[in-house]
Design a binder for this molecule. Structure first.
Ligand SMILES: Nc1ncnc2c1ncn2[C@@H]1O[C@H](COP(=O)(O)OP(=O)(O)OP(=O)(O)O)[C@@H](O)[C@H]1O
Ligand SMILES: [Mg+2]
Length: 273
């Protein structure tokens, strides 16, 4: 696995959040829409599958992978797509989406309707670990996606998803603990935990929550031959959390430079596979 190449790809995506990369008038564009518990992220790639534009919004319209505010979700996706179309000077047509593993047919259809309601045709629906693995390329190991609401695991054996699990501990729990410890509202805790210069103090306070995530990983990998743990999802951005996971699992842990953007990028890579 070429970790440096993965980080370069993610860095290019980070760059195009602010700086749109010009595209040709006829170039085929790939779009990925990640409907998460905490963030809705839309990624656009050019015909070479390089990131050209990205937009996101903090939103509480999805819970544990299910759409709880259909109209709100559609409105946000439409807004983000509109912004990206304006930035690129192009109409966006096709998109890929992803759902947590094990999502039923009806709930997949709801995700599709949200994105199609925003004017895109959904050409690919995949599960989130498969999306993340389009970037990571793990053959043997476990991808652990710690988002806002849940810790999701996917064990890969010979490049195939062999086992999945999803448990309700995520970034929201981290913020709740910060909120309680510092006596500040949840929203302030969300801001505080993302401040790079505060992450050292934050980690001390939230260590038990990270240890809970490690115990979820341990529970699900027990009895399996796991070569390594690959961390993705916004909560893994917390500096030093990877050391807690490594200590409590005894496994080698790999974390890309920006774990938050791995799944959104992987979704877009699957738009025209
Ligand atoms: N720099 C950071 N440090 C700590 N936490 C962060 C950072 N950036 C984002 N987060 C947290 O990551 C979470 C969002 O991550 P992500 O976008 O992967 O989740 P999601 O896909 O919306 O949720 P889920 O996968 O549970 O549906 C939020 O709880 C957010 O506060
Ligand atoms: Mg997610």
């Amino acid at each position: 696995m070429d970790f440096a190449a993965i980080d370069r790809q993610i860095h290019a995506l980070e760059e195009c959040i602010e700086h749109t990369v010009p595209v040709g008038a006829d170039e085929r564009l790939s779009v990925g829409v990640d409907l998460g518990t905490a963030y809705i992220v839309v990624v656009v790639l050019n015909s070479l599958k390089q990131p050209v534009a990205c937009a996101m919004e903090f939103a509480q319209v999805i819970r544990d992978g299910l759409v709880v505010d259909y109209i709100g979700a559609t409105r946000i996706v439409r807004k983000l797509v509109g912004q990206l179309e304006q930035r690129l000077g192009r109409t966006l047509q096709h998109a890929a989406i992803a759902v947590p593993p094990g999502t039923g047919v009806k709930d997949c259809a709801t995700h599709t309707h949200v994105v199609e309601g925003a004017g895109l045709e959904v050409v690919s629906v995949l599960d989130e670990p498969t999306a993340a693995n389009a970037v990571l390329g793990v053959s043997n190991g476990v991808i652990v996606d710690i988002g806002g609401g849940t810790t999701g695991l996917s064990v890969l054996e010979d490049g195939q998803v062999a086992y999945v699990a999803d448990e309700a501990t995520g970034g929201n729990h981290v913020s709740l603990v910060i909120s309680g410890s510092y006596g500040i509202p949840f929203e302030e805790a969300e801001v505080l935990k993302k401040q790079p210069d505060r992450q050292r103090d934050v980690l001390v306070v939230v260590r038990p929550v990270i240890q809970k995530m490690a115990s979820i990983i341990n529970k699900h990998i027990q009895g399996r031959d796991i070569a390594g743990i690959y961390l993705v999802g916004g909560t893994c951005c917390l500096r030093g959390m990877e050391d807690v996971i490594a200590a409590d699992t005894g496994k080698p842990v790999y974390k890309p430079a920006n774990p938050f953007l791995v799944t959104p990028l992987g979704i877009a890579l699957n738009c025209h596979p």
